[in-house]
Design a protein around this ligand. Structure first.
Ligand SMILES: [Mg+2]
Length: 231
């Protein structure tokens, strides 16, 4: 992939602007460790709705939209379950933890002029309080509330790139589940697997990094990238 030099900060966007880079990130298992939040919310679903499926059955499908997961699990009364899950998730948001080095990594990309976006299947009511704690200026946040299909479709990634005015070839998506990898492939966006997250990648084997610090070392946002591969 050819990566053009970053634009100067003062250059206004033009119709032909293709000089910016974008770092798109998944939320759960990439930006934040939200497993304690999800586990608490699922326990409440079990208590209130008589759902006997264990948390690991839910967790297997992370990355997909909640209604999609309920359908795959065969959960009845999915709308009532969603209301319980969302209310409990918002109440338990304080249980989420930053992954070590994630905030420093985000700031390094912002300082280098990259455009940052979040692409998540988490609904906006649950995503917003979690993202607020990172204190990072994400230029776009794409959730299932917007237009288009949800992951593993390419739509949310492509819509985020429209928001950011960045070409797919100049973007990277960092995810932790196979649906993230599929979404990126279908969008024509380079994919990097966050090895600190919850899932395993599938074939073809993607670039995998073990920590946010390693992602910084791989993409070197502060350097002048002229020719070569971002991944
Ligand atoms: Mg995830």
């Amino acid at each position: 992939m050819t990566v053009p030099a970053p634009e100067s900060p003062s250059a206004p966007p033009t119709p032909s602007d293709n000089t910016s880079h974008a770092l798109l990130l998944d939320l759960d298992g990439v930006l934040l460790d939200t497993r304690p939040v999800m586990r608490t919310a699922w326990r409440r679903v079990q208590e209130l709705h008589g759902v006997t499926l264990p948390f690991h059955a839910y967790e297997r499908h992370l990355g997909r939209e909640f209604g999609d997961i309920m359908q795959r699990l065969g959960v009845a009364d999915a709308e009532a379950v969603r209301r319980t899950y969302e209310a409990e998730s918002v109440g338990a948001a304080h249980l989420a933890q930053d992954f070590t080095g994630i905030v420093e990594m985000l700031h390094a990309f912002v300082a280098a002029g990259w455009r940052l976006g979040v692409v998540t299947s988490k609904h906006v009511d649950r995503a917003a309080p979690l993202l607020a704690r990172l204190g990072c200026p994400f230029a776009t946040v794409r959730t299932p509330a917007g237009a288009g299909r949800t992951k593993p479709a390419p739509d949310p990634l492509l819509l985020a790139l429209v928001d950011l005015e960045v070409d797919p070839a100049a973007a990277v998506y960092v995810g932790d589940m196979a649906v993230d990898q599929e979404s990126a492939a279908r969008a024509g966006v380079a994919y990097i697997h966050a090895g600190w997250g919850y899932g395993q990648p599938t074939a073809p084997e993607p670039e995998t990094v073990a920590s946010p610090k390693e992602l910084l070392r791989l993409l070197r946002p502060a350097e002048q990238l002229v020719e070569g591969s971002m991944v």
